[in-house]
Ligand binder design. Structure first.
Ligand SMILES: [Zn+2]
Length: 152
């Protein structure tokens, strides 16, 4: 019986190759300001010589609404009214974070990858944002905070 050889790393590599092709098409469609991405671990600028990726845990993002609903139900049962406390908002479930890493420091977890090779522009980021908005799990990530920090 053949074994399932579709490992997490193989899926990640396929996803990354798809996004690299997509990014190349988008960058080729126009010119805008380049964006500098650096690995959050080693602080190296990502480029064609030191590629990396933006990544996020889709599993963690998908878990967020369930975690929040469970906490909401727990507090509502506890207090007899629909409520969350101020500490629930700060210490409870949080939106899933986006990260930038070079290939060497990429986590081996099941994540969503967008390849970065130093050719990314503001237009690329805008088109990427439009693409990500089509994903069910995207609303439970901290993309807006990521954009604010990236565009500083
Ligand atoms: Zn690194």
């Amino acid at each position: 019986m053949p074994q399932n050889r579709d490992t997490s790393a193989a899926r990640a590599a396929r996803t990354r190759a798809k996004h690299e092709r997509w990014a190349a098409e988008m960058v080729g469609a126009g010119v805008s300001m380049p964006i500098i991405f650096t690995c959050s671990i080693c602080k190296t600028r990502l480029s064609a010589l030191r590629a990396g990726a933006l990544h996020v845990s889709v599993d963690k993002a998908m878990a967020y609404p369930g975690q929040l609903a469970a906490l909401y139900a727990e507090r509502s049962a506890e207090y007899g009214i629909p409520v969350l406390s101020a500490s629930d908002l700060t210490d409870g479930p949080q939106l899933t974070g986006w990260h930038v890493r070079c290939d060497e420091h990429m986590p081996e977890t099941d994540t969503y990858w967008i390849g970065i090779d130093g050719s990314e522009t503001e237009k690329w980021l805008l088109l990427l944002t439009a693409h990500l908005c089509e994903k069910e799990w995207f609303q439970w990530t901290d993309w807006s905070q990521f954009l604010y920090s990236t565009m500083k």
